[in-house]
Design a protein. Sequence first.
Length: 478
Amino acid sequence: MDINFHQLIDIASWLFLAYGMIMSLGYIFSSIFSLIELRDYKRKYNFKDEIGLLQSAHMPMISLLAPAYNEEANVIENVKSLLTLDYPSFEIMVINDGSTDHTLEKLIHNFDLYLDENIYFKHVPSKNIKGIYKSRNKAYKNLKIVDKVNGGKADALNSGINCCSHDIICCIDVDCVLERDALLKLIKPFLNNTKKVIASGGIIRVANSCVIEDGRITEVRLPDNFIARAQILEYFRAFLMGRMAWSRVDGLLLISGAFGMFDKATVIEAGGYNHNTVGEDMELLVRMRRIMREKKIPYTVGFVPDPLCWTEVPQTWNVLYMQRNRWTRGTVETLNIHKKMLFNPSYGVLGLLSTPYWMFFEWFAPIIEFFGILFFVFLLVFGQVNWIVFLIFFGVVYSFSILFSITALFFEEFSFQQYKKPEYMLRLLYTAMLEPLIYHPFVMWSAIRGNLDLLLGKKSWGKMTRNGLGNNVVKGKS
């Protein structure tokens, strides 16, 4: 019996070790592919003048869709910011998703809106639209406000798709801060591409503590809040090292819901955003890619590594928990909806690489890690811990985690150098040392709870309270 007991312990130990080594190799390969992609992007676009694009009369027209729910505090400044974007021809469509505050009233008053008798077609399912507003002021001629019955973010975006005029749609969170040339850069994958481009995404950066003037980031500052700083590192790893690598092999499964551009015809063909998942942004892109693959149409998904969009991230453990819980549920729901793609060679990279990776190393990773901790506790209780082996293993894993974050910082310095002060880099290094011990275990537990909540049938987003960026705003002179 003792032999069997020890054999089981050995087998479990080797399985955990093998999983960790495979994951580490995945991180190493993603770093290599990301570096190659970043280098190629800088060579191709770094010295390209976008003034020519801005002056072109042949650029695709874009519909900017911004859902808004109870945004009365910041909606006017946010819309004014969108109106100043550099792009030849675009419309802004703010979708008031049944706000219970004074969001609509403030928009009507500040932009001199009137109810327009617009005709729209219901291409994708959405709740009833109460009215579409336009401005009497010619300065806001490209602004439309859609007032609708509350239905959530996915439903609001579907309403925008039904009401918008142009063939390219750009979906954003209304409280995000966009770089002035964000549309010019995000449209680039759609231009002069030999394949049909169905979507394009960009890097999301952390706006917490940054100075905002006239709707623009004028000074990038590092947050004092540890949770926000840890997310800066996390975003570096996810975007500069993760999605850049997936872009290299054309295997992207996710474009951030905060800022993404799509071919409207393909979105409509796919049926629009799914109301029945909390991960509607990921699920839509996977469904679009699946349709294109099944129809055997050559296509691609673009990704732009420039820092185009800045957003506020959670600064409290409770809000972070709700966000990561929801992200986990969205990932699992998407993989379940499209389980036909898993290990299916008919879907190419998506079937053989992207979806298996997301299943084993995004969905399963926190579960396996959690059971690994339970396994260690089990060994501890029964006195089976080899402390020398444990300390060596812990040291290797901890060092690899820090090294991976340092590599992400190097990628940031190699690419766009947003955090220019040396003390910022030192504080991020300090954060990288604490993150595996404090931040990561909490995110892992949030994912575990997300899986449990999904099994219990929980569908809500949770109340995503924000501190707001108002304290950082510097009012412009006008």
